[in-house]
Design a protein around this ligand. Structure first.
Ligand code: CA
Length: 221
């Protein structure tokens, strides 16, 4: 499951939640609503949301990208940690899922910080590049269709500034990346490919953290 950290026993996971996660009420409410959703495992875990908020603060991020919004937990975690003039360009293809996100952005008072583009993310990212916004983003989070991960990473690398962060989600893919039985599975292959691509990309400093379903943090040198 993507909405809890991979590889931890249940009691240990409960301990981690109880002793380290300070989930704002609005995020808890969104998580409760998304728990009813059949695709709930597309939501990031609360400890991952908290880490993302911390990273955004650490680098004093102002301008962020999100590739894959779903019901908005990650964008809200980021937005709550941005300054008043902070901005998120959010990409998704689903009006239905993001209608839940929009409701919570409103309720949290951060809707003015988030511009949502309902279109294939590659189109939105390419338009940003054409508009001359390369090197202007502080932070990018990639959590969308796995087959396009490589293309998303290339564009986010271009759009992020030196010292900015690119986060890539689901990089342990429920453990399938290390399961020989999943060798021919297309999405598992796509995840293994992006992991190799980032591992070999010496333009970034990296760490793969086994939080949620595995999160790679890449810092553009
Ligand atoms: Ca995910």
């Amino acid at each position: 499951m993507s909405n809890q950290s991979i590889g931890l026993s249940d009691p240990l996971y409960q301990y981690l939640l109880a002793n380290s996660v300070r989930e704002p009420e609005i995020l808890a409410k969104l998580r409760a609503e998304t728990a009813q959703h059949p695709l709930v495992n597309m939501q990031i875990s609360p400890e991952q949301g908290q880490l993302m908020g911390l990273l955004v603060q650490l680098i004093s991020a102002k301008k962020c990208l999100e590739v894959g919004v779903f019901t908005g937990y990650s964008s809200l975690s980021v937005a709550l940690n941005l300054p008043d003039d902070g901005q998120i360009i959010a990409c998704d293809v689903s009006d239905e899922f993001t209608s839940i996100a929009r409701k919570y952005w409103q309720e949290a008072g951060v809707a003015n910080k988030i511009s949502l583009y309902i279109a294939p993310a590659l189109e939105t990212l390419d338009r940003l590049i054409l508009n001359g916004e390369s090197g202007t983003f502080d932070f990018a989070f990639i959590d969308a269709d796995k087959n396009n991960y490589g293309a998303y990473y290339d564009r986010c690398f271009q759009l992020v500034r030196q010292g900015g962060l690119i986060l890539v989600d689901n990089v342990l893919w429920y453990g399938r990346v290390a399961d020989p039985a999943m060798e021919n599975d297309k999405r598992t292959q796509a995840i293994k490919q992006i992991n190799q691509q980032i591992y070999c990309d010496h333009r970034v400093q990296i760490s793969l953290i086994p939080i949620g379903d595995g999160l790679t943090i890449a810092r553009k040198k």
